[in-house]
Unconditional design. Structure first.
Length: 471
């Protein structure tokens, strides 16, 4: 049974908003009430579709008055339940707020509304010769507002960093409907606390980002992609060290296991560009200066990888199409996993110089705990970030599989803690990782989170229960 909303509230909505503003059909609530994690039981009371910041503000003023909880929702590509409504909340979808301004070529910036789709922003900037460099497989669905509120990472973090580095200004609506304009868009502004960053990565628990001024950059001149097969984890790190010293600017250093490659080949009908099979595969992307001398240095660099037996095999893209094929393999892993069945996901990070030791212990842990269960490891190894996925065997009951995975998580997070890592590198905490936050954040830190939440959302109405519980 879906939660009924107060009649007075509904009549005020009817009086003050367009007819299609609040939708309550079961199908709409199910669709807009969940994210890609598809693990939680969804219970959304209604979905609101504002067209402007003013409408967001008017709605929040009302929900504040009536003590109604609101879950902000973007492209819903998150994997931690951060945008999932599980407790009769009103979901506020930003999809109608998708306008993009003109690219400011001199200031290298762009004003966008929160619902602008990442890939369309990329195309819009490209037409002006500029780039918003946050890039990941879900870019065709994800929204800028969601990227910022979750501080999305992706495949180019090694070079560009996370979303928070690429925002100059924000417009935010606070839980009581107040509009906060943090959009002076100054590169330099040392006037105390940077309030913009408070709303980046806090998953819409403190305010709803309704618009942003994005910081842009020039795109790389000439990209070169490599796909390598290596024997084992040790070789991955030897290759990484060579890549750090290579005659190019490293733009991406991604890795997938043999199990991941096999899965992508069977589920997505993609083929490895290499004949040789290995224990793991590396997709390396580099910006290479288009000069003969550099090209020669690059060939020498490649040759020594073979003579030193760091790689078993490797290939270099001869065209943008070939490079796209390498990326399709890497970025196809989550989709192939999704097709394979129910997967229990983790997204952890450890400082890259400690990662090899961590993986050795992780392999031992998984071999002992996941007997008879396929595990798939891939991710942004150059950032110290691994995506760990355990696939439910056909015969296993979902509930007992989930329970088992949670007991393994406890051990996994102990290990992450031992290595001073993070239990969520880029997917956030949402609801799914909340119980484990203490492995990565001290009691004092969590207390400070709660204090800030109390200050901005004293009634705990905005995305309640995500990341932390209130004081
Ligand atoms: C990726 O790197 C995404 O492809 C998704 O962060 C990771 O599905 C996953 O585990
Ligand atoms: Zn990722």
């Amino acid at each position: 049974m879906r939660k009924t909303l107060p009649a007075d509230f509904l009549s005020l909505i009817e009086k003050n908003f367009p007819k299609d503003f609040l939708q309550r059909s079961e199908a709409t609530c199910a669709q807009y009430g969940d994210d890609w994690s598809k693990t939680l039981t969804i219970d959304a009371a209604a979905i609101a579709f504002p067209r402007s910041t003013q409408e967001v503000s008017k709605l929040l003023a009302l929900t504040y008055e009536f003590n109604l909880a609101v879950v902000p929702s973007g492209g819903r590509t998150g994997l931690a339940g951060g945008a999932s409504a599980t407790n009769g909340e009103i979901v506020l979808s930003l999809e109608r707020m998708n306008k993009m301004g003109e690219v400011d070529v001199l200031g290298q910036s762009l004003h966008v509304e929160a619902g602008a789709i990442t890939e369309l922003v990329h195309q819009h900037c490209e037409a002006a010769g500029l780039l918003w460099p946050i890039d990941f497989a879900a870019k065709g669905s994800s929204h800028i507002g969601g990227n910022l509120s979750t501080n999305a990472g992706g495949v180019k973090v090694i070079h560009y960093g996370m979303s928070r580095n690429w925002v100059l200004g924000l417009e935010v609506v606070l839980p009581n409907g107040e509009i906060l304009s943090l959009d002076s868009a100054l590169e330099k502004n040392n006037t105390g606390l940077d309030l913009r960053q408070l709303f980046v990565g806090t998953e819409g628990t403190l305010g709803i980002i309704t618009a942003a001024i994005l910081k842009l950059t020039r795109p790389p001149e000439s990209l070169q992609s490599f796909f390598f097969a290596v024997k084992d984890t040790a070789s991955v790190f030897q290759l990484f060290l060579e890549a750090r010293k290579g005659p190019f600017k490293l733009m991406a250093f991604e890795c997938l296991s043999e199990a991941c490659l096999k899965l992508v080949e069977t589920k997505m009908s993609l083929l490895s560009p290499l004949q040789t099979r290995g224990g793991a595969y590396v997709l390396l992307e580099a910006e290479v200066a288009p000069s003969d001398a550099v090209r020669e240095a690059q060939e020498k660099w490649l040759e020594q990888l073979f003579t030193k037996e760091i790689v078993l095999d490797g290939t270099m893209s001869q065209s943008p199409r070939e490079a796209r094929n390498y990326w399709a393999i890497r970025e196809g892993v989550p989709e192939a996993l999704f097709m394979a069945g129910y997967v229990h996901k983790n997204d952890i990070s450890v400082s890259v110089s400690k990662l090899e030791g961590f993986i050795t212990e992780l392999d031992t842990l998984f071999a002992a705990e996941y007997k008879g269960i396929e595990t798939y490891t891939f991710g942004h190894i150059g950032d110290g970030n691994l995506h760990l996925n355990a696939l439910r065997p056909d015969h296993a009951n979902l509930e007992s599989f989930q329970k088992h995975c949670h007991t393994v998580d406890e051990k996994l997070f102990q290990l992450v803690k031992k290595y001073s890592g993070s239990i969520s590198a880029e997917h956030g905490i949402g609801l799914l990782k909340k119980d484990f936050l203490h492995f990565s954040r001290s009691e004092r830190e969590i207390e400070i989170f709660r204090g800030i939440k109390k200050l901005l959302d004293p009634k705990n109405l905005l995305n309640p229960g995500k990341i932390i519980d209130p004081l």
